[in-house]
Design a binder for this molecule. Structure first.
Ligand code: SF4
Ligand code: SF4
Length: 56
């Protein structure tokens, strides 16, 4: 199941480097996950300081 990043994101960028499939990129006001690329590993949720990545 893919993850998505909620509006709680503070754009710290920590998750981008942790994603094994490079599904995360900086978006407009928050980071975004490409749902077609995400493999649902949860690594982004593990490093996020505000719990913004959640399972869809
Ligand atoms: Fe990348 Fe894993 Fe987060 Fe999906 S759940 S965006 S694959 S780190
Ligand atoms: Fe946003 Fe969390 Fe990723 Fe930082 S780690 S860019 S707060 S989703």
């Amino acid at each position: 199941m893919a993850y998505k990043i909620t509006a709680d994101c503070i754009s710290c960028g920590a998750c981008e480097a942790e994603c094994p499939v490079s599904a995360i990129s900086a978006g407009d006001g928050k980071y975004v996950i490409d749902a077609d690329t995400c493999i649902g590993c949860g690594a982004c949720a593990g490093v996020c300081p505000v719990g913004a990545p959640v399972e869809e």
